[in-house]
Design a protein around this ligand. Structure first.
Ligand SMILES: [Zn+2]
Ligand SMILES: [Zn+2]
Length: 339
């Protein structure tokens, strides 16, 4: 026997179209639902198309979706640098890394001091001339696809260049009109192995990154067509005595996902909000808007749910991404994603 609970939350009047499964929709006639606006995307860079197609969402809804096809390379900011060439290269010639929940400079000095930073003398990522040992070629990056650890890259800084993925094409589907569900969908992909992915330090806000749930691994898409991806597998990368820096935009390249972000640093197109709300930075894979973490006064909303979302009458339901350095964007999908 099933026990059905149809609850109303606060003053929000919920008409549950069905209460007998986990994918019941929230349908409130007074709630503002903002459709995806395809004109927000920077499709003028070429190889970036958006078409409308029929699709089925995770709750069974048959609807229309935007099919986004892109090379997935940023057109609104520089990509790289990632690995410094020598232990004397400063932050201007280097990328970033996550340490203790913060985005730090992965510059020559940082890579020189890894044995101290990680308290493990195995770390020596430079030769006798002070040159950083790095992945060098597309072939190197092909070997490392699928987050493969190889002895030959022990104590190497890993970087893959945009030229390696010039032939890559990525396709994403976003529901034109997001559908909010009673039960959020857990995130997919990129989850940490049991026992801890997270770097030491204080726990981040929000749920742990990368639960191995049923939703898509990509959390969302920036307006330049680059994905906000599942958490970087930090413990796996570190266990192979490698570092795979992000650039100042929070992105790096692998041969599986292409160029993708692990942090939102404000480098991509933002849409300012006239009321001082945080700027919009893209869409989550369920079609709800993705916004920066902080409003123009530097404050984070205090009423975010477990998915890092909340509602207002201007933007409808929407998310605020987590802080750069948390290896996380949102906590779950409140809306139905494409099957
Ligand atoms: Zn990555
Ligand atoms: Zn908000």
């Amino acid at each position: 026997m099933k026990y059905l609970v149809c609850a109303s939350f606060g003053s929000l009047f919920l008409l549950l179209q069905s209460c007998n499964n986990q994918t019941a929709r929230i349908s409130d006639p007074d709630e503002v639902v903002v459709e995806v606006n395809p004109s927000h995307f920077l499709t003028n860079g070429g190889d970036f198309t958006i078409e409308t197609v029929a699709c089925t969402l995770s709750d069974g809804t048959k609807t229309k979706c935007y099919k986004i096809t892109t090379r997935g390379l940023a057109t609104d900011h520089a990509m790289g640098p990632w690995c410094p060439e020598t232990i004397s290269d400063g932050p201007d010639k280097s990328g970033k890394w996550i340490k203790d929940g913060e985005l730090v400079d992965a510059d020559g000095d940082f890579l020189k001091n890894l044995a101290t930073i990680y308290d493990d003398p195995t770390w020596i990522m430079y030769d006798e001339n002070g040159n950083i040992k790095r992945s060098e070629t597309k072939e190197d990056c092909m070997k490392l696809a699928g987050a493969t650890l190889l002895d030959e890259f022990t104590n190497h800084c890993i970087e893959c260049l945009p030229s390696y993925i010039s032939e890559m094409s990525k396709t994403y589907l976003l529901p034109v009109k997001p559908v909010r569900l009673v039960e959020p969908t857990t995130l997919g992909g990129g989850g940490p192995p049991p026992g801890g992915e997270r770097p030491s330090g204080p726990p981040p806000s929000g749920p742990p990154p990368g639960g191995r749930g049923g939703g898509p691994a990509s959390r969302g898409i920036a307006f330049n067509g680059v994905v906000f991806d599942a958490p970087a597998p930090l413990s796996l990368i570190l266990s192979g005595y490698t570092i795979a820096p992000f650039d100042d935009a929070g992105g790096h390249i692998n041969m599986d996902a292409g160029y993708h972000y692990h942090a939102a640093t404000g480098a991509t197109k933002e849409i300012e909000q006239p009321d001082g709300h945080a700027p919009m930075i893209g869409y989550a894979m369920d079609g709800f808007g993705l916004y920066a973490r902080l409003n123009t006064a530097g404050e984070e909303p205090t009423d975010l749910d477990d998915c890092r979302g909340h509602y207002d009458d201007v933007r409808g339901y929407h998310y605020h991404v987590d802080a750069a350095g948390k290896n996380n964007f949102i906590g779950c999908f409140s809306g139905a994603t494409v099957r």
